[in-house]
Design a protein around this ligand. Structure first.
Ligand code: BEZ
Length: 257
């Protein structure tokens, strides 16, 4: 799922507190317009829920994810589906798939053009690439506050090395798609406020996703910073008794000409 060295992914926490990732993905599936018997690759399949939806629709689906924890959980939940530990940059399939699908994953890949080349090569001529992930400005209220608090606490933080994500504009990303050879048929950039369940929703999100940003903080300092972040963001991001993260998505569809 992401381009990080160690497997920081807790599949149980992901299914428990972050099941919204797959739930929002159901909207993206509509853009896939899949047909029974098609061979479709799900990149960054996580614990396999969307792949299983495709399987139940008669698709011949394969799920890949960089996290072994995620793949083990996917195999436990859906033993009838082939799930494989693999990074998008290691894809070596050629002219293999009718479609490549990816939800909430490609923002973890810091070499977007290389990823697009691998995806393009893996598609049959006329194949579709359908993806959604974090776009320009995604979770910026949260990440700006993290960076401010790290600085105030004197914790080393380098955005170039430690900002974990790639959040492009649609202009930037569709240009890369075209350079690789895709005919871009859909490109959207939209706000999608995302509820984080429970009183601890924001700190659970930080624990799950923002590990790299805190890598130079001691456990004690990190706890103190979490409390400050919650205090400072409560006015903007806590409404009706829950945290709402400022997600911004890009959604694209490209055809291999
Ligand atoms: C996202 O889906 O946009 C996202 C998820 C985790 C961290 C950052 C972004």
């Amino acid at each position: 799922m992401k381009n990080q060295i160690k497997d920081q992914w807790n599949a149980g926490l992901y299914d428990g507190n972050h099941s919204f990732v797959s739930e929002f993905g159901n909207e993206l599936i509509k853009f896939l317009a899949h047909e029974e018997g098609e061979r479709i690759l799900d990149i960054g399949c996580g614990t396999g829920d969307l792949a299983n939806t495709l399987y139940e629709n008669g698709v011949n689906v394969i799920g890949v994810d960089q996290s072994a924890n995620m793949i083990n959980q996917a195999l436990n939940k859906y033993p009838h589906i082939p799930f494989v530990v693999k990074d998008v940059l290691s894809l070596s399939d050629k002219n293999e798939f009718d479609a490549v699908f990816s939800n909430a994953t490609l923002h973890w890949v810091k070499e977007p053009k290389q990823a697009l080349i691998c995806i393009y090569n893996s598609l049959k001529p006329g194949g579709r690439f359908v993806a959604e992930f974090g776009g320009k400005g995604n979770v910026q209220t949260i990440t700006n506050e993290i960076a401010n608090q790290l600085k105030r606490s004197g914790v080393t933080y380098s955005a170039v090395e430690q900002f974990p994500w790639y959040f492009p504009s649609i202009g930037e990303y569709t240009t890369l798609m075209e350079e690789v050879g895709f005919h871009v048929t859909v490109a959207l950039h939209f706000h999608r406020p995302t509820p984080l369940e429970g009183n601890d929703g924001l700190r659970n999100w930080l624990d799950m996703f923002a590990v790299e940003m805190f890598k130079h903080a001691t456990t004690e300092t990190k706890e103190r910073i979490y409390a400050s972040i919650e205090k400072n963001l409560r006015n903007t991001l806590f409404t009706n008794n829950r945290w709402i993260a400022d997600y911004k998505r890009i959604r694209v569809v490209g055809i291999k000409d």
